[in-house]
Design a protein around this ligand. Sequence first.
Ligand code: MEV
Length: 319
Amino acid sequence: KPNAELYLAPSEQKIPTGHGKVILLGEHAVVYGAHAIAAPIPLAMQAMVSDSDEDGIHLIISRWGVEERLQKGKEYRYSIFNSLSLILHELGLEKENMKIEVFPYVPRAMGLGGSASLAVAIIRALAEKFKIKLSLEEISQLAYKSEQLVHGTASGIDNTLATYGKFLLFQKGNPPKIQELRVPQPIRIVIGLTWSESLTAKMVSRVRRAWENNKRLYNHIFKEIDQLVLEAAKAIENYDLEHLGQLMNINQGLLNALQVSGREIEELVEIARNNGALGAKLTGGGGGGAIIALCPENAEKVAKAIRNVGYRAYITDLK
Ligand code: MEV
């Protein structure tokens, strides 16, 4: 089953949810003030908090084989434990006894916003259980603190998408500038997954080192990307997918110039383009992780070609 790991979250959104996302254009440059465009995908993180007879805070993520009591100072394999400690501290809930169950439907370390959507789902579940009133802005802000811990200098795009779950033009700031994009019709894409983890923190710090060594050159690339993104926002609102695809391809070239692409990413991008995708590029942190291919007419063909060489592919409509 090629899509075995890509389960859809249950559609009844009663369970507190954080949305997964794809970045259509502008990743990395967004950390340096450029605009970026992102959209939610139907893969989400969900969480539930319930009473516990036992002492302490128990975290259960059955799909990942995690069943642990939170302990101060312990080194954990998953960054979720650090993120959770921070969230509990900020909400003043460290001393409560509880069971937190997480249902992860966003593939881990694929550049699809897994860590931010996990933080948002947990914040929402805690707020619901302990009757803490939080605005969307407060939820996003708290998830941002968690992202800073996990990703280093994050722009805030992942937590914003995880919270709002809307098609957005984003620019970082305090508060960030977010503008909802009007999409005349759903935009069909294929998400192709490499077999390598996308370590966003590593890629973000690699770009930072390169920028520090040559700010003029890198600022120039970020500015180019910013222009592409603003043009793409117009193309999306006009449903000019040919042009959007072109802009995505050029963005991929510039991401390659930033050295955040990789062998598997380039292979997937090439397969997508050879099979008629209007545009294809990496999405998120890069290094490994996922690509997106714009395929209004031929998504099945592109997905099949990706699966034929042993990668996973998932078709979805952005709206
Ligand atoms: C990660 O989804 C996007 C990056 O631009 C990092 C960030 O904006 O925080 C690579």
